[in-house]
Design a protein. Structure first.
Lengths: 51, 342
């Protein structure tokens, strides 16, 4: 399971494994959970010629 | 008239959106409480006895002063739901993951980086006796926060072997009637002392090996030492001033435990050598309900020889040091309850 954390300055978002070992060093420095960033729109393949 | 056993308590498992905005019904749960008292509201009046010019020293008039709300204790057997709630609301930096069960990884927030500064999440507290048209008590206290908690693990059978009490404060703002229909009381997934699955303090494993039968009891506690929240613009209720914030002061995390003495006990050596190490305490009920507390760097401040029920024991007071990499404390709670402090 992965979660998203935002830096204390709000200038960086990291995807981090949701384990105490992975999160403790970041949370103790002020990183906080944020919702997953909006995904890019799926690229729709162009129609083939002649169809 | 009503017996106090009719008293129903509910409070926000989700956080309020602001200190003065109560929880909505959907984010309130109902629990039983070992504390049999209701949360008293204490408006304070003052008078003019100190003012001269009246022709005598006696008071002649009353004035509304403030709501002096006493701290209130919620006392319960330890459960995954209640522990997740109290840790999240008292420590402040919470990461929620999972789709059921839910995992909460919680550390103490830092004032320098916490989005709400020195303030923790707020919740509302509902107390009701026969709510409805002729309610004896029906009110929602708004802007409550956790001042501190105590987790006790004892050398006894049953639920009483793992208990926790939470001290709450509130601003003085309330609404009566509450307008809340409390849900049925939840059935929490409770722990007992037999469910301790990890117990290693400062390099000494009290569950396996030579020290496996030494451990008797422990108490861990947290205190936020809130500063008074009266300030210009803090607000009023019924014409009385109320508090408009609870900011933590010098927070205190304490751990004490008692072990039986045996030949080769290493607690004294750890004290004298100033040995430090992690302290891990885990209770596991099943795959959906567990608590793990990791004190990232513990030393021993006091190791005192004593007697507990006729057995020679050591009472050990830990010093919880702030680790440069991992901080002070990391709590992981797995529980079926979603949305705590969200």
């Amino acid at each position: 399971m992965m979660v998203f954390l935002e830096s204390p300055q709000g200038d960086e978002i990291k995807e981090v494994e949701a384990t105490a070992e992975s999160l403790a060093p970041l949370l103790s420095k002020g990183w906080r959970q944020v919702p997953a960033p909006a995904k890019h729109e799926a690229v729709v393949p162009a129609p083939k010629e002649g169809t | 008239m009503a017996n106090v056993s009719e008293l129903m308590n509910g409070w926000g498992f989700g956080k309020q959106t602001a200190i003065g905005t109560p929880n909505v019904t959907a984010t309130i749960w109902r629990h039983t409480n070992l504390n049999t008292k209701p949360w008293a509201k204490v408006p304070v009046n003052e008078d003019d006895r100190a003012e001269i010019g009246k022709g005598h020293e006696f008071p002649t008039q009353l004035f509304k002063s403030h709501y002096n709300m006493p701290a209130y204790e919620i006392s319960k057997y330890a459960s995954s739901e209640f522990l997740a709630w109290l840790m999240a609301f008292s420590l402040g930096n919470v990461v929620l993951s999972g789709t059921g069960p839910y995992t909460y990884i919680i550390v103490p927030a830092l004032g320098a980086t916490n989005p709400t500064g020195l303030e923790l999440p707020y919740f509302s507290f509902v107390q009701q006796i026969r709510p409805g048209g002729s309610a004896i008590l029906d009110e929602i206290l708004v802007g409550c926060a956790i001042k501190g908690w105590k987790l006790s693990i004892k050398n006894s059978p049953g639920r009483a072997s793992a208990t926790c009490s939470v001290e709450c404060v509130t601003t003085g703002q309330y609404t009566a009637p509450s307008g809340i229909t409390l849900p049925a009381a939840i059935t929490p997934h409770e722990f007992n002392g037999g469910m301790v699955t990890a117990l290693t303090f400062n390099g000494i494993n009290y569950l396996a090996g030579g020290s496996a039968k030494q451990f008797l009891s422990m108490e861990a506690s947290w205190e936020n030492n809130f500063r008074p929240g009266f300030f210009p613009g803090s607000g009023t209720q019924d014409g009385y001033q109320i508090q408009g914030r609870f900011e933590w002061g010098d927070r205190v995390f304490a751990v004490q435990f008692v072990v039986r003495v045996q030949a080769g006990s290493t607690e004294y050596a750890n004290l004298i050598n100033q040995t430090t190490g992690t302290a891990t305490f885990t209770m596991t009920r099943d795959a959906n309900n567990s608590l793990s507390m990791v004190v990232q760097k513990m030393g021993f401040a006091v190791v005192e020889l004593g007697n507990t029920d006729g057995i020679v024991t050591l009472q050990i007071t830990g010093v919880q040091l702030y680790d440069a990499t991992n901080g002070l404390l990391t709590v992981t709670v797995v529980t079926p309850q979603n949305g705590i402090a969200q």
